[in-house]
Design a binder for this molecule. Sequence first.
Ligand SMILES: NC(=O)c1ccc[n+]([C@@H]2O[C@H](COP(=O)([O-])OP(=O)(O)OC[C@H]3O[C@@H](n4cnc5c(N)ncnc54)[C@H](OP(=O)(O)O)[C@@H]3O)[C@@H](O)[C@H]2O)c1
Length: 292
Amino acid sequence: MQKIAKSVPACYNKPMKRSWLDGKTFLISGASSGLGRGLAEKLISFHDCRIIGIGRSEKKFEDFVASLKENADKFSYRVFDVTDEAKWISLARELKENGVKIDGLINCAGMLPPFRSAVKTAVSDTEIVIKTNFLSCVYAVNAVYPLLAASDTPAIVNISSAAALATIVGTSAYSASKSALKSYTEALSLELRGKVYVSLVMPGFARTGIFRLQNTSIEDDKLIRSFCMPADKMTNKIYRGLKRKKTRMVIGKDARAMDFFYRLFPKPTMLAVKAVLRRAKIKLFEEVFDEE
Ligand SMILES: NC(=O)c1ccc[n+]([C@@H]2O[C@H](COP(=O)([O-])OP(=O)(O)OC[C@H]3O[C@@H](n4cnc5c(N)ncnc54)[C@H](OP(=O)(O)O)[C@@H]3O)[C@@H](O)[C@H]2O)c1
Protein backbone atom coordinates (compact mmCIF):
# COMPACT_ATOMS: atom_id res chain seq x y z
CA MET A 1 0.00 0.00 0.00
CA GLN A 2 1.27 3.45 -0.90
CA LYS A 3 2.28 5.51 2.10
CA ILE A 4 0.86 8.99 2.35
CA ALA A 5 3.59 11.46 3.39
CA LYS A 6 2.55 13.35 6.49
CA SER A 7 2.75 16.99 5.55
CA VAL A 8 3.36 19.70 8.13
CA PRO A 9 0.42 22.13 8.14
CA ALA A 10 1.42 25.28 6.24
CA CYS A 11 0.69 27.50 9.26
CA TYR A 12 3.54 25.83 11.24
CA ASN A 13 6.10 26.90 8.63
CA LYS A 14 5.09 30.54 8.75
CA PRO A 15 7.67 32.85 10.33
CA MET A 16 6.55 34.60 13.55
CA LYS A 17 4.38 37.56 12.66
CA ARG A 18 6.32 40.79 13.01
CA SER A 19 4.89 43.66 14.99
CA TRP A 20 5.43 47.37 14.45
CA LEU A 21 6.71 47.42 18.05
CA ASP A 22 9.68 45.11 17.39
CA GLY A 23 13.03 46.63 18.26
CA LYS A 24 11.68 50.15 18.81
CA THR A 25 12.89 52.67 21.37
CA PHE A 26 10.32 54.19 23.72
CA LEU A 27 10.46 56.95 26.29
CA ILE A 28 8.05 56.09 29.11
CA SER A 29 7.29 58.50 31.93
CA GLY A 30 6.15 56.77 35.13
CA ALA A 31 8.09 53.63 34.19
CA SER A 32 9.27 53.09 37.76
CA SER A 33 6.00 51.46 38.88
CA GLY A 34 2.43 50.43 38.05
CA LEU A 35 1.18 50.56 34.47
CA GLY A 36 4.29 52.30 33.09
CA ARG A 37 6.59 49.66 34.51
CA GLY A 38 4.30 46.88 33.26
CA LEU A 39 4.29 48.32 29.75
CA ALA A 40 8.09 48.71 29.77
CA GLU A 41 8.43 45.07 30.86
CA LYS A 42 6.17 43.80 28.05
CA LEU A 43 7.77 45.93 25.32
CA ILE A 44 11.21 44.66 26.36
CA SER A 45 10.37 40.99 26.74
CA PHE A 46 7.97 40.56 23.80
CA HIS A 47 9.45 43.03 21.31
CA ASP A 48 13.09 43.51 22.26
CA CYS A 49 12.41 47.23 22.67
CA ARG A 50 14.78 49.68 24.29
CA ILE A 51 13.11 51.73 26.98
CA ILE A 52 14.19 54.97 28.61
CA GLY A 53 12.11 55.36 31.76
CA ILE A 54 11.41 58.56 33.66
CA GLY A 55 10.40 58.83 37.30
CA ARG A 56 11.54 60.34 40.59
CA SER A 57 12.45 57.27 42.59
CA GLU A 58 15.92 55.86 41.88
CA LYS A 59 15.21 52.99 44.27
CA LYS A 60 12.14 51.85 42.29
CA PHE A 61 14.20 51.96 39.08
CA GLU A 62 17.00 49.92 40.64
CA ASP A 63 14.47 47.27 41.71
CA PHE A 64 12.96 47.21 38.24
CA VAL A 65 16.35 46.87 36.53
CA ALA A 66 17.24 43.99 38.87
CA SER A 67 13.97 42.23 37.98
CA LEU A 68 14.76 42.44 34.25
CA LYS A 69 17.78 40.09 34.68
CA GLU A 70 19.32 39.33 31.24
CA ASN A 71 17.23 42.09 29.66
CA ALA A 72 18.51 44.76 32.05
CA ASP A 73 20.64 46.37 29.34
CA LYS A 74 17.46 47.19 27.38
CA PHE A 75 16.29 49.59 30.08
CA SER A 76 17.86 52.86 31.12
CA TYR A 77 16.32 55.61 33.18
CA ARG A 78 16.48 59.26 34.10
CA VAL A 79 15.46 60.46 37.53
CA PHE A 80 13.55 63.71 37.32
CA ASP A 81 10.23 65.33 38.09
CA VAL A 82 8.05 65.40 34.96
CA THR A 83 6.65 68.79 35.98
CA ASP A 84 10.05 70.36 35.28
CA GLU A 85 9.92 71.46 31.65
CA ALA A 86 13.66 72.26 31.55
CA LYS A 87 14.44 68.59 32.32
CA TRP A 88 12.45 67.45 29.26
CA ILE A 89 14.26 69.96 27.07
CA SER A 90 17.69 68.87 28.30
CA LEU A 91 16.76 65.17 27.94
CA ALA A 92 15.73 65.77 24.31
CA ARG A 93 18.97 67.69 23.69
CA GLU A 94 21.06 64.93 25.26
CA LEU A 95 19.34 62.23 23.17
CA LYS A 96 19.82 64.24 19.99
CA GLU A 97 23.50 64.90 20.71
CA ASN A 98 24.07 61.19 21.36
CA GLY A 99 22.23 60.18 18.19
CA VAL A 100 19.55 58.23 20.09
CA LYS A 101 16.56 57.47 17.87
CA ILE A 102 13.18 57.66 19.63
CA ASP A 103 10.19 55.88 18.08
CA GLY A 104 7.58 56.41 20.77
CA LEU A 105 6.65 58.48 23.79
CA ILE A 106 4.32 57.03 26.43
CA ASN A 107 3.14 59.65 28.92
CA CYS A 108 2.13 57.51 31.88
CA ALA A 109 3.38 59.41 34.95
CA GLY A 110 0.48 60.59 37.03
CA MET A 111 -0.93 61.16 40.50
CA LEU A 112 -4.32 60.83 42.15
CA PRO A 113 -4.82 63.38 44.95
CA PRO A 114 -7.06 62.56 47.94
CA PHE A 115 -10.75 62.59 47.08
CA ARG A 116 -11.98 65.93 48.43
CA SER A 117 -14.56 68.56 47.49
CA ALA A 118 -13.39 71.26 45.06
CA VAL A 119 -13.78 74.19 47.46
CA LYS A 120 -11.73 72.40 50.12
CA THR A 121 -8.89 71.70 47.68
CA ALA A 122 -6.02 74.19 47.91
CA VAL A 123 -5.19 75.95 44.65
CA SER A 124 -1.56 74.87 45.05
CA ASP A 125 -2.68 71.21 45.21
CA THR A 126 -4.75 71.59 42.04
CA GLU A 127 -1.74 73.19 40.32
CA ILE A 128 0.47 70.20 41.15
CA VAL A 129 -2.12 67.77 39.76
CA ILE A 130 -2.54 69.77 36.53
CA LYS A 131 1.23 69.98 36.11
CA THR A 132 1.82 66.30 36.81
CA ASN A 133 -1.08 64.81 34.85
CA PHE A 134 -1.41 67.28 32.00
CA LEU A 135 1.32 69.89 31.50
CA SER A 136 4.10 67.30 31.87
CA CYS A 137 2.71 65.59 28.75
CA VAL A 138 2.73 68.86 26.83
CA TYR A 139 6.34 69.51 27.90
CA ALA A 140 7.29 65.99 26.84
CA VAL A 141 5.55 66.13 23.45
CA ASN A 142 7.02 69.52 22.55
CA ALA A 143 10.54 68.57 23.61
CA VAL A 144 10.57 65.10 22.07
CA TYR A 145 8.54 65.67 18.89
CA PRO A 146 11.53 66.61 16.68
CA LEU A 147 13.15 63.27 17.61
CA LEU A 148 9.93 61.32 17.08
CA ALA A 149 9.40 62.89 13.68
CA ALA A 150 12.59 61.21 12.46
CA SER A 151 11.20 57.72 13.22
CA ASP A 152 9.47 55.69 10.52
CA THR A 153 6.79 54.60 13.06
CA PRO A 154 6.39 57.58 15.42
CA ALA A 155 3.97 57.09 18.32
CA ILE A 156 2.58 59.21 21.13
CA VAL A 157 0.51 57.43 23.79
CA ASN A 158 -1.15 59.44 26.54
CA ILE A 159 -2.54 57.67 29.58
CA SER A 160 -5.57 59.71 30.61
CA SER A 161 -8.34 58.16 32.71
CA ALA A 162 -12.01 57.18 32.81
CA ALA A 163 -12.28 60.34 34.92
CA ALA A 164 -12.12 62.21 31.61
CA LEU A 165 -15.27 60.43 30.43
CA ALA A 166 -17.57 61.32 33.32
CA THR A 167 -16.65 63.40 36.34
CA ILE A 168 -17.01 61.84 39.78
CA VAL A 169 -17.58 63.94 42.90
CA GLY A 170 -14.43 64.67 44.86
CA THR A 171 -12.14 64.46 41.83
CA SER A 172 -12.21 68.03 40.50
CA ALA A 173 -8.45 68.45 40.02
CA TYR A 174 -7.84 64.90 38.78
CA SER A 175 -10.80 64.93 36.37
CA ALA A 176 -9.84 68.39 35.08
CA SER A 177 -6.23 67.27 34.47
CA LYS A 178 -7.25 64.07 32.69
CA SER A 179 -9.97 65.85 30.66
CA ALA A 180 -7.38 68.41 29.55
CA LEU A 181 -5.12 65.54 28.51
CA LYS A 182 -8.00 63.92 26.61
CA SER A 183 -8.77 67.10 24.64
CA TYR A 184 -5.08 67.76 24.02
CA THR A 185 -4.56 64.21 22.75
CA GLU A 186 -7.61 64.40 20.48
CA ALA A 187 -6.25 67.62 18.95
CA LEU A 188 -2.80 66.02 18.51
CA SER A 189 -4.40 63.03 16.88
CA LEU A 190 -6.27 65.17 14.36
CA GLU A 191 -3.28 67.35 13.58
CA LEU A 192 -0.79 64.49 13.20
CA ARG A 193 -3.20 62.12 11.42
CA GLY A 194 -1.36 59.97 8.90
CA LYS A 195 2.04 61.00 10.29
CA VAL A 196 2.06 59.86 13.92
CA TYR A 197 0.17 57.09 15.70
CA VAL A 198 -1.50 58.95 18.59
CA SER A 199 -3.37 56.98 21.23
CA LEU A 200 -5.64 58.11 24.04
CA VAL A 201 -5.93 55.57 26.85
CA MET A 202 -8.71 55.90 29.42
CA PRO A 203 -8.45 53.17 32.05
CA GLY A 204 -10.88 52.62 34.87
CA PHE A 205 -9.71 51.69 38.37
CA ALA A 206 -6.69 49.37 38.48
CA ARG A 207 -4.84 48.04 41.52
CA THR A 208 -1.60 50.04 41.44
CA GLY A 209 0.19 52.38 43.81
CA ILE A 210 -1.85 55.35 42.51
CA PHE A 211 -4.09 55.25 45.61
CA ARG A 212 -1.21 55.91 48.02
CA LEU A 213 -2.42 59.45 48.81
CA GLN A 214 -5.93 58.31 49.82
CA ASN A 215 -7.21 58.09 53.40
CA THR A 216 -7.69 54.33 53.13
CA SER A 217 -6.70 51.28 51.13
CA ILE A 218 -8.97 50.38 48.20
CA GLU A 219 -8.94 46.82 49.54
CA ASP A 220 -11.05 48.05 52.49
CA ASP A 221 -14.03 48.71 50.28
CA LYS A 222 -16.09 45.97 48.68
CA LEU A 223 -17.68 48.13 45.97
CA ILE A 224 -14.38 49.66 44.78
CA ARG A 225 -12.64 46.27 45.05
CA SER A 226 -15.33 44.68 42.89
CA PHE A 227 -14.51 46.71 39.78
CA CYS A 228 -10.81 47.46 40.39
CA MET A 229 -8.83 45.55 37.75
CA PRO A 230 -5.56 43.80 38.64
CA ALA A 231 -2.62 45.94 37.46
CA ASP A 232 -1.23 43.22 35.21
CA LYS A 233 -4.58 42.73 33.46
CA MET A 234 -4.85 46.48 32.81
CA THR A 235 -1.27 46.63 31.52
CA ASN A 236 -1.98 43.70 29.23
CA LYS A 237 -5.07 45.37 27.76
CA ILE A 238 -3.16 48.59 27.10
CA TYR A 239 -0.28 46.62 25.58
CA ARG A 240 -2.65 44.69 23.26
CA GLY A 241 -4.25 47.96 22.20
CA LEU A 242 -0.83 49.41 21.35
CA LYS A 243 0.06 46.33 19.34
CA ARG A 244 -3.11 46.84 17.28
CA LYS A 245 -2.47 50.60 17.07
CA LYS A 246 -5.79 51.41 18.73
CA THR A 247 -6.23 55.17 18.90
CA ARG A 248 -8.80 55.18 21.72
CA MET A 249 -8.93 52.72 24.57
CA VAL A 250 -11.63 52.72 27.24
CA ILE A 251 -10.64 49.90 29.59
CA GLY A 252 -12.54 48.27 32.45
CA LYS A 253 -16.21 47.71 33.30
CA ASP A 254 -16.36 50.98 35.24
CA ALA A 255 -14.80 53.00 32.40
CA ARG A 256 -17.09 51.48 29.76
CA ALA A 257 -20.19 52.05 31.89
CA MET A 258 -19.21 55.68 32.51
CA ASP A 259 -18.57 56.18 28.80
CA PHE A 260 -21.90 54.64 27.77
CA PHE A 261 -24.19 56.26 30.34
CA TYR A 262 -22.54 59.69 30.26
CA ARG A 263 -22.99 59.92 26.49
CA LEU A 264 -26.69 59.17 26.83
CA PHE A 265 -27.55 60.90 30.11
CA PRO A 266 -24.69 63.11 31.29
CA LYS A 267 -26.21 64.80 34.34
CA PRO A 268 -28.30 61.87 35.65
CA THR A 269 -25.20 59.64 35.38
CA MET A 270 -23.06 61.93 37.52
CA LEU A 271 -25.87 62.39 40.05
CA ALA A 272 -26.49 58.64 40.22
CA VAL A 273 -22.79 57.90 40.83
CA LYS A 274 -22.76 60.55 43.56
CA ALA A 275 -25.86 59.03 45.20
CA VAL A 276 -24.39 55.51 45.08
CA LEU A 277 -21.08 56.66 46.58
CA ARG A 278 -22.83 58.58 49.36
CA ARG A 279 -25.24 55.77 50.21
CA ALA A 280 -22.53 53.10 50.13
CA LYS A 281 -20.56 55.12 52.73
CA ILE A 282 -17.31 54.37 50.95
CA LYS A 283 -14.36 55.36 53.12
CA LEU A 284 -12.41 56.58 50.10
CA PHE A 285 -15.04 59.28 49.56
CA GLU A 286 -15.69 60.03 53.24
CA GLU A 287 -14.10 63.47 53.15
CA VAL A 288 -16.14 64.48 50.09
CA PHE A 289 -19.46 63.95 51.84
CA ASP A 290 -18.27 65.06 55.30
CA GLU A 291 -17.48 68.44 53.83
CA GLU A 292 -20.87 69.02 52.15
N1 LIG B 1 -4.45 52.84 38.60
C1 LIG B 1 -5.59 53.37 38.22
O1 LIG B 1 -6.67 53.06 38.76
C2 LIG B 1 -5.61 54.36 37.09
C3 LIG B 1 -6.84 54.64 36.48
C4 LIG B 1 -6.88 55.56 35.45
C5 LIG B 1 -5.73 56.18 35.02
N2 LIG B 1 -4.53 55.88 35.62
C6 LIG B 1 -3.34 56.60 35.16
O2 LIG B 1 -2.34 55.67 34.82
C7 LIG B 1 -1.06 56.30 34.97
C8 LIG B 1 -0.13 55.36 35.71
O3 LIG B 1 -0.57 55.26 37.05
P1 LIG B 1 -0.42 53.91 37.91
O4 LIG B 1 -1.77 53.46 38.19
O5 LIG B 1 0.55 53.02 37.28
O6 LIG B 1 0.13 54.53 39.28
P2 LIG B 1 1.54 54.39 40.03
O7 LIG B 1 1.86 52.98 40.28
O8 LIG B 1 1.42 55.32 41.18
O9 LIG B 1 2.58 54.97 38.99
C9 LIG B 1 2.72 56.34 38.77
C10 LIG B 1 4.06 56.58 38.12
O10 LIG B 1 4.17 57.99 37.82
C11 LIG B 1 5.42 58.45 38.32
N3 LIG B 1 5.28 59.84 38.73
C12 LIG B 1 4.28 60.40 39.45
N4 LIG B 1 4.49 61.70 39.62
C13 LIG B 1 5.66 61.97 38.99
C14 LIG B 1 6.42 63.14 38.82
N5 LIG B 1 6.02 64.33 39.30
N6 LIG B 1 7.59 63.07 38.13
C15 LIG B 1 8.02 61.88 37.63
N7 LIG B 1 7.33 60.74 37.75
C16 LIG B 1 6.16 60.79 38.43
C17 LIG B 1 5.76 57.55 39.48
O11 LIG B 1 7.16 57.49 39.62
P3 LIG B 1 7.96 57.95 40.94
O12 LIG B 1 7.20 57.42 42.10
O13 LIG B 1 9.29 57.32 40.72
O14 LIG B 1 8.00 59.43 40.86
C18 LIG B 1 5.23 56.21 39.00
O15 LIG B 1 6.20 55.56 38.21
C19 LIG B 1 -1.32 57.61 35.69
O16 LIG B 1 -1.29 58.66 34.75
C20 LIG B 1 -2.72 57.46 36.25
O17 LIG B 1 -3.39 58.68 36.40
C21 LIG B 1 -4.45 54.98 36.64
